[in-house]
Design a protein around this ligand. Structure first.
Ligand code: ATP
Ligand code: MG
Length: 463
């Protein structure tokens, strides 16, 4: 048996490497009860049942898996027949979702490798996908898989997976791990390695480039040189991925707990610009260093929040990632057209958002909160009268406040402003009244003392 981990495009006739229970660390105690239920019931009904993918990988690494995926030789309809709480989903891949309250166990039938379909003459282009008959693999002119519902053996299933470390199978029949592709070795070496020919695999599904980066960042792995080599050259293939799918990927990339490392790697492989082109442009010709510092501080903060189990939202993430372009657009509008800062900021927000969602979608429910995080920023600089109190009760105040602190950390807001708000937050009612009086007079209706010209939109022109 070869153990080189040298992936080839086609399944080898080799038997898998079998790692018996005594030789690996996966314990049923660490597997979700619901996943075990699914595995046992499939097995009892006479089907093969394996845990596969990220769950096995993470358990072998001693990490807590995010979710548990199951692979089986039962057809989706057969899976549905076994579980009351089961729904079939997906068009490109037909999958069974078994629901246990908030937990979903994804059950996938072994799939044949797309390679077989590459030999199907005249596969229909993407437009034809609705007309595809059941149980056929369709590959479009660029070599992308648009439909993949041909069932196969476990061995084929292993070979059509993306990375070797994602293609390990934990067998519920005897608790062994099956390795067809050299995944165990790569796991030990800390390598993200595509199965098969890297360029072909990226052409089939360009999102695999993002996944390579994501796993490397999250696991602290290196990307194998042959797997890394085509990425810069093929990054542009991401332009054809539907924005909705890229949105899902962006969340996995940046809300998975390793946003800083992910961001650095995405920039390194020049993939970031296919996700956030306007942001990438600002970072490329930044003059003051703020944008880069700001994004890094904000992403570090996101990672810290996730590590502490605090909530994170796509609205805040997008507000962070698009702040550079918003500031730039607002500043240009003020400088070139003499627009007022508030109006400039609102316009800039709309433009930046409209531009972005052509690349990575942002569902509507996140757009208003994101925009408010931005448009509330100038209000932290305007502390006259009772304005700070009004700002504090705004539904988006907390997020905007956190955002302002990050801007201050990056040197984009005066430290004095951030300190004032920090004190204001911690203060009692009485102390707040005193701070308001000091900040510019108690009587909001009275004549206002001009403190200092508030900074223009984005506050980047602070003295
Ligand atoms: P995570 O920890 O993020 O859940 P994961 O490896 O489980 O990581 P999923 O997106 O949940 O990733 O996918 C489950 C498994 O399905 C993967 O481990 C891999 O084997 C396979 N897979 C997912 N996406 C692809 C893809 N684009 N191409 C080939 N195989 C894929
Ligand atoms: Mg998973």
């Amino acid at each position: 048996m070869t153990e080189t981990g040298q992936a080839q495009a086609r399944p080898r006739p080799d038997a898998p490497r079998i790692i018996p229970r005594a030789e690996h660390n996966i314990s049923r105690a660490d597997i979700s009860k619901n996943a075990l239920k699914v595995l046992y019931r499939l097995r009892k009904a006479g089907y093969q049942a394996y845990l596969v993918g990220g769950g096995v990988r993470d358990l072998l690494l001693g990490r807590e898996p995010k979710d548990f995926d199951v692979a089986t030789d039962a057809r989706p309809e057969e899976v549905r027949a076994l579980f009351r709480n089961c729904r079939l989903i997906g068009r490109r891949f037909r999958l069974a979702h078994v629901h246990f309250g908030p937990e979903i166990i994804e059950v996938a039938t072994f799939r044949a490798i797309p390679r077989l379909a590459g030999e199907v003459e005249g596969a229909e282009p993407a437009e034809g996908r609705g007309a595809a008959p059941e149980g056929e693999i369709l590959i479009d002119e660029e070599g992308r898989i648009v439909r993949d519902n041909v069932y196969g053996t476990i061995e084929e299933d292993a070979w059509r997976r993306d990375f070797t470390v994602n293609a390990l199978y934990y067998n519920i029949a005897d608790f062994s791990v099956l390795d067809y592709v050299g995944g165990m070795e790569d796991l030990r070496a800390g390598l993200v390695r595509l199965i098969g020919d890297p360029e072909q695999r990226y052409r089939e599904d360009p999102v695999r480039m993002l996944r390579a980066v994501r796993f490397a960042a999250k696991l602290g792995f290196r990307i194998d040189p042959a797997t890394a080599a085509p990425i810069r050259r093929l990054g542009h293939l991401l332009e054809d991925i539907p924005p909705a799918r890229l949105f899902e990927e962006v969340l996995k990339l940046f809300l998975g707990g390793a946003a800083v490392a992910t961001f650095e790697l995405l920039r390194h492989y020049d993939l970031f610009r296919y996700l956030f082109p306007a942001t990438d442009a600002v970072l490329a010709d930044e003059e003051d260093g703020f944008p880069h510092t700001f994004v890094l501080k904000a992403l570090a903060n996101t990672d810290a929040r996730i590590a502490e189990g605090k909530p994170v939202t796509p609205a805040f993430l997008y507000a962070v990632l698009l702040w550079g372009p918003v500031r730039r657009r607002a500043r240009e509008r003020v400088e070139a057209k003499g627009a007022g800062e508030v109006e400039a900021l609102h316009r800039a927000a709309s433009e930046a958002m409209a531009e972005q969602i052509r690349h990575t979608a942002l569902p509507k429910r996140f757009r208003a909160p994101m925009r408010e995080i931005w448009t509330l920023q100038p209000r932290f600089e305007a502390r006259r009268g009772r304005r700070p109190l009004r700002l504090r009760v705004h539904p988006r105040y907390r997020a905007a406040y956190d955002f302002m602190l990050l801007r201050a950390e990056a040197g984009e807001v005066e430290a004095e402003t951030a300190e004032w708000w920090h004190r204001f937050e911690a203060a009692s009612e009485d102390e707040r009244e005193r701070m308001l009086a000091e900040a510019g007079g108690r009587r909001a209706g009275g004549r206002r003392r001009r403190r200092r010209r508030p900074a223009p939109a984005g506050g980047d022109a602070a003295p």
